[in-house]
Design a protein around this ligand. Structure first.
Ligand SMILES: *Cc1c(COP(=O)(O)O)cnc(C)c1O
Length: 361
């Protein structure tokens, strides 16, 4: 048994792996592998339909929104969003809360004017800026709900009269949200939705068609919506596995139930970080992410040996991103609470070991 705390691609439920493996051999009584069936076959059209239906059902997507499945990752959305929504002479407002937000606004600047309304860069993104104004004539306001690298999360949708666009790659489906607060939500699947290779975009239909930039077909949300996520060959296997994972989430009771579990996982780990004398959190407490828990050691010289200590207990994927250092434990939906307890036990044992060494040396 391995306890994988990787930040993405990350673990999916074991039963999803098993069902996916089976479908590679033989898909749904067709006599064919999921890897060889036509994406235009009725069997696969059903997969796309069910995937979209599950996303709508789990997130309670209201009328007037389209859900599409694209390729290119969240990073492609960094470009598609301004191309489709930022008209000539307009400005888009961006909140800079980390690497992904910075990458998003860099792409928007290629398309038009960008207003960075606030940034926590000066504090290495250890908190979420709260006091800022969003100009009322902005084409849209863009933010990142969970900062995967720094371990901060924005739990309350900022109040504004302009359309809100959100990169939810690393916390979508982890807690209840009100989709109606947003005009556009996007997420690379590989954190909470499924494997890498598919990107979910949820769009309020009425925000489209307001600007007259000419776009390549693949980059045009309208073309993708009209094509029903099948304008070209979609990532068949990635969509299928995402569907299996969404079924799993539904069988667990849906998002409200998984949110409770996610909260107990992150609470338990933060509690240990705050209690254990060897470790400390890196972010402002009120902004701490439930998905990516970042922490360092009071004595950085011990970090290598704790990493080894954890690896010896089959705990993997906890090395922090190079821009933060220390450790990052990602607690996505599929990570069982038992894995969190294994990590906490390791932290306690390590503390005990250090205490004994200090006493006896
Ligand atoms: C992982 C991640 C991305 C990048 O996603 P890709 O699908 O690799 O482009 C963007 N934003 C956030 C918040 C992420 O966590």
């Amino acid at each position: 048994m391995t306890y994988n705390f990787g930040a993405g691609p990350c673990i999916l439920p074991q039963e999803v792996f098993k069902q996916a493996a089976q479908a590679v051999l033989e898909f749904n009584g067709t006599g064919l592998s999921i890897l060889e069936i036509s994406h235009r076959s009725p069997e696969f059209e059903q997969v796309v339909d069910e995937t979209v239906r599950l996303i709508k059902e789990l997130l309670n997507v209201p009328e007037g929104y389209s859900v599409i499945l694209l390729q290119g990752g969240a990073s492609m959305q960094f470009s598609m969003v301004p191309m489709n929504l930022l008209g000539d002479g307009q400005s888009a407002a961006y909140l800079d809360t980390g690497v992904w937000a910075t990458k998003a606004l860099k792409e928007a600047k290629i398309v038009g004017n960008v207003d960075v309304v606030a940034s926590s860069k000066e504090a290495n993104y250890t908190y979420i800026p709260k006091d800022y104004q969003i100009p009322a004539d902005s084409a849209y306001f863009h933010y990142t709900s969970n900062n995967t690298i720094y371990g901060t999360e924005l739990f309350e949708t900022p109040k504004t009269s302009v359309p809100v666009v959100c990169d939810m790659s690393s916390d979508i489906m982890s807690r209840v949200i009100n989709v109606a607060d947003f005009s556009l939500i996007y997420a690379g699947a590989q954190k909470n939705i499924g494997p890498a290779g598919v990107t979910v975009v949820i769009i309020k239909d009425s925000i489209l068609g307001k600007i007259d930039r000419k776009l390549g077909s693949m980059l045009d949300y309208k073309v993708q919506i009209e094509g029903g996520s099948m304008y070209n060959t979609p990532p068949v296997f990635a969509i299928y596995v995402a569907m299996l994972n969404l079924r799993w989430l539904k069988s667990k009771g849906g998002i409200a139930d998984i949110e409770k579990e996610n909260l107990s996982k992150s609470d338990a780990l933060y509690k240990e970080i705050d209690r254990n004398l060897l470790f400390k959190g890196t972010c402002k407490i009120e902004d701490r992410s439930r998905m990516n828990v970042c922490f360092v050691m009071e004595n950085p010289e011990l970090e290598k040996s704790f990493l080894k200590f954890a690896e010896d207990r089959d705990i993997i994927g906890i090395k922090g991103h190079r821009s933060v250092g220390g450790f990052r434990a990602s607690l996505y939906n599929a990570l069982p609470i038992t894995s969190v307890h294994v990590l906490i036990d390791a932290m306690q044992e390590f503390e005990e070991k250090q205490r004994n060494q200090q006493t006896f040396s």
